[in-house]
Write a protein that binds this ligand. Structure first.
Ligand code: ADP
Ligand code: MG
Length: 157
């Protein structure tokens, strides 16, 4: 298992980590983001999407639960799904919405508040946990699969 901990002084550090992650993404990755409201999950994802070639706006998927994007990965275009399950009331809602279909080797999935869908979700490749500490954030990245391990091993931050 690969486990990395960083202290992020400010928003620009969080964005830099997002950019670094964008450079080591692989198709099929499932990355779950944990941490209180305002801890930096969307900030990281937004910076990552920009670095991966998305040029438009990145909205927080608070009400839509998911926002789809198209990114460039090693010369291929891949769908990146950005979920925010904060407003989901139970795991069944995740299944009924057909969200399971988005999880395959052709996509990359980022999920905020994955704990809301618990049992309905496939296992994560990487868990990212944010904690508000002082004026900044402590972030821990943990690999939970071979693919996740490879990704964190290549991460330069
Ligand atoms: P979440 O998606 O976890 O609810 P957001 O990314 O929407 O959180 O909001 C995070 C807030 O914290 C933003 O106001 C952002 O400017 C700020 N922020 C992000 N990273 C840091 C950091 N490392 N230190 C201090 N503030 C940060
Ligand atoms: Mg958010």
């Amino acid at each position: 298992m690969q486990q990395l901990t960083f202290y992020l002084n400010d928003e620009s550090d969080t964005c830099e980590l997002g950019k670094s992650l964008a450079r080591v993404l692989e198709s099929g990755l499932k990355i779950y983001l944990h941490g209180d409201l305002g801890s930096g999950k969307t900030t990281l994802t937004r910076a990552l999407l920009k670095e991966a070639g998305h040029t438009g706006k990145v909205k927080s998927p608070t009400y839509t639960l998911v926002e789809p994007y198209v990114i460039e990965l090693n010369g291929h275009t891949v769908d990146l799904l950005h979920f925010d399950l904060y407003r989901m009331s139970c795991p069944e809602e995740f299944l009924e919405a057909g969200f399971r279909d988005h999880f395959n080797e052709e996509t990359v999935c980022f999920i905020e508040w994955a704990e809301k869908a618990e049992s309905a979700l496939p296992a994560a490749d990487i868990d990212v946990s944010f904690e508000i500490s002082g004026d900044g954030r402590t972030v821990e990245l943990r690999s939970l699969s071979e693919k996740g391990f490879r990704c964190l091993e290549n991460l330069r931050f």
